[in-house]
Design a protein. Structure first.
Length: 159
């Protein structure tokens, strides 16, 4: 995979989290995609200027980013995505230390909300499957988030 520049990496981080969370099992659920689009729209107005700026940019490039990531992955291992998130984390910590913690937590909480969007009884959500739990653990590790008790029942991103 080509190494993106730091700004591109930062602006594509929401799409990285979405692809990793929703496609880790090889199938993107329409409810997960819908939830992702809803969250990107909401987070454009976040009180944290870094979150707001990144999600405003992400909203303009959502489909392009997702298509590019899927195309780039091709036959490659999805494990390259957590590596990109780690690069993003390091860049954010270095460049935006005052906003980094909240930004990284928002990315993780968004990923949790996406994972909770589908599954469960009759497909009504709030049931994170095994592959989504694995993806969330990878995202948490890459972002430096310490998961409390493994699986979180929190389905809403704090805005």
């Amino acid at each position: 995979m080509n190494q993106p520049d730091h700004r591109d990496l930062l602006e594509s981080s929401p799409s990285l989290c979405f692809i990793l969370t929703s496609a880790f099992d090889g199938d993107v659920d329409p409810k997960e995609q819908s939830r992702f689009e809803e969250l990107v729209s909401q987070l454009r107005e976040h009180r944290n200027p870094l979150v707001s700026e990144v999600f405003q940019a992400a909203s303009r490039r959502l489909y392009r980013d997702c298509e590019a990531l899927v195309r780039e992955l091709g036959n490659q291992d999805m494990m390259v995505l957590p590596a990109r998130l780690l690069l993003c984390r390091n860049f954010v910590l270095e460049r935006y230390p005052e906003h980094a913690s909240e930004f990284l937590n928002v990315l993780y909480e968004m990923s949790q909300a996406i994972a909770n969007a589908a599954g469960g009884t009759f497909g009504f959500g709030n049931k994170v499957n095994r592959s989504e739990r694995a993806a969330l653990a990878l995202i948490a590790g890459a972002l430096g988030i310490h998961e409390a008790g493994g699986e979180s029942s929190e389905a809403e991103v704090r805005i």
